[in-house]
Write a protein that binds this ligand. Structure first.
Ligand code: PLP
Ligand code: SF4
Length: 441
């Protein structure tokens, strides 16, 4: 292997020292990054700065927008509030108080993330587990709650800025295994975060090996790892000092009869272009692991059909299965990224039409809303009324899934909450959904 790549991290404290920031940005732009980066999470690293961002295209470069806080991610009011606090030279705790005040106004827990779907076992709340859809249990390993860099659109932002009570975390792998043993409907465990691939091999083993060791006592057949490491730090699988052991762990899981599915977050085709990512993809696949891809659709980053078609085609070339196109969550800087449902569907359709059936494994555009994952199937006209056709890809109640339903057309709607039922007073799932919200488990 080549010389190890140095993982250097940048944030609001030290980003001014990045040579490209000094060279390509002016002071007004730098100050804007400081202001927004004091409220919203900001973390970049040497790979993102040196190999992904095309600094000659900044400020329009999509990876720059993806990782560096942008002026208009905050309202003028919030921006000025923080700008004044910084200019006044307030002390750290005072700045933090201003930041928290603004954060609380940015809907830090979208779509019932916190309240719902956290199971109990023997009177213990399993705060690191979310079990919403029968077959798949989400597990948030306590040591995987950060990332190699932060996406400016991320709905998990509260946990990165230290709003700790919002952090899902669980140390007890033992309880997780116990839960799996009691729930034989669960076939998939999805490790998520943050980014579980931030963890060193010892931690990864601590979480993954017990599932393997107990495999005769539960029904888990697929271990999914939701990770942005291929996009933000492919050296995780190349030159990091435990890279070989990580690959070996994947291989052992596959060899023991589990399916390891690496759920890769790629937001832009640029992330598939570097020699490092191509090599990392090859090495992961060589362990028998299948890579699937998912990304939100975001204005200012990837909101056009050709970008998606290109991205899906490149993924297929590299042996990756396109899986989901999401709509941006209703939290944080949503206004900056949100694409209306009608437009999102057009982008999806136009991209889908450009790729062969092999890439049409992708599903979307989909909203991860409180009642479930809702896919926009399209717009159509029924009896002279323009409507959206939608369906659940996943539902809080299993028999909601795959049932088409209709909403009144609204060109500005960006989320399920914005939609009104068509041909009826309420959506078919509404009453049951409300009952579940009163009594979540
Ligand atoms: C998306 C999601 C899953 C996985 O759903 P699949 O359709 O199996 O990919 C599981 N749990 C939650 C809470 C999710 O949002
Ligand atoms: S990698 Fe995923 S969890 Fe991490 S900041 Fe980006 S979207 Fe959020």
């Amino acid at each position: 292997m080549a010389e190890a790549k140095m993982y250097k991290v940048y944030g609001v404290q030290n980003f001014r020292k990045i040579p490209q920031v000094e060279r390509y940005l002016n002071e007004e732009q730098r100050f804007a990054i400081e202001v927004v980066g004091t409220v919203l999470p900001f973390k970049a690293n040497s790979y993102v700065v040196e190999e992904l961002i095309d600094w000659t295209q900044v400020p329009d470069d999509p990876i720059f927008i993806l990782t560096f806080p942008q002026r208009s991610m905050l309202s003028d009011e919030h921006f000025n509030q923080m700008a004044e606090a910084l200019k006044a030279g307030l002390k750290k705790p005072e700045i933090k108080a201003v930041a928290n005040e603004i954060r609380m106004q940015l809907n830090p827990h979208p779509a019932g993330q916190l309240e719902h779907n956290v199971p109990m076992i023997e009177d213990t709340k399993l705060t690191g587990i979310q079990h919403k859809y029968d077959q798949t249990m989400l597990f948030f390993p306590q040591h995987g709650q950060t990332c190699h860099a932060y996406c400016t659109f991320c709905f998990r932002w509260p946990q990165f800025v230290g709003m700790d009570e919002l952090k899902f975390a669980m140390r007890e792998t033992e309880l997780m295994v116990k839960y799996l043993e009691e729930h034989d409907e669960i076939t998939d465990v999805l490790f998520t975060g943050g980014d579980p691939m931030i963890m060193k091999i010892d931690r990864l083993k601590m979480y993954l090996e017990p599932i393997l060791e107990s495999k005769d006592r539960h029904s888990v057949q697929t271990i999914r790892i939701g990770s942005k490491a291929l996009g933000y730090w492919p050296y995780r699988f190349l030159t990091d000092n435990d890279a070989e052991e990580v690959l070996d762990l994947f291989k052992r899981l596959n060899d023991a009869g589990m399916h390891v599915s690496f759920m890769a977050h790629f937001n832009h085709p640029t992330e598939l272009e570097t020699p490092a990512v191509k090599q990392a993809i090859k090495r992961i696949r060589a362990t028998g692991t299948q890579i699937r891809s998912q990304s939100p659709l975001m204005k200012n980053i990837n909101a056009d059909a050709d970008t998606w078609a290109h991205m899906w085609k490149e993924q297929v070339r590299l042996g990756i299965i396109p899986y989901y196109m999401f709509l941006a969550r209703d939290t944080g800087a949503q206004d900056y990224f949100a694409v209306p449902l009608a437009k999102a569907w057009k982008i999806f359709q136009k991209a889908y039409q450009q790729v062969s059936g092999i890439a049409r494994t992708v599903r979307g555009p989909s909203m991860s809303a409180d009642p479930g994952k809702v896919q926009v199937l399209g717009t159509t006209e029924i009896k002279d009324e323009k409507v959206f056709a939608l369906r659940f890809l996943q539902g809080r109640v299993a028999n909601w899934v795959h049932r088409p339903f209709f909403a009144k057309y609204d060109p500005n709607a960006i989320w399920l909450d914005d939609l009104e039922p068509a041909f009826d007073d309420e959506f078919f799932f509404e009453r049951e959904s409300e009952m579940l919200s009163v009594n979540p488990n």
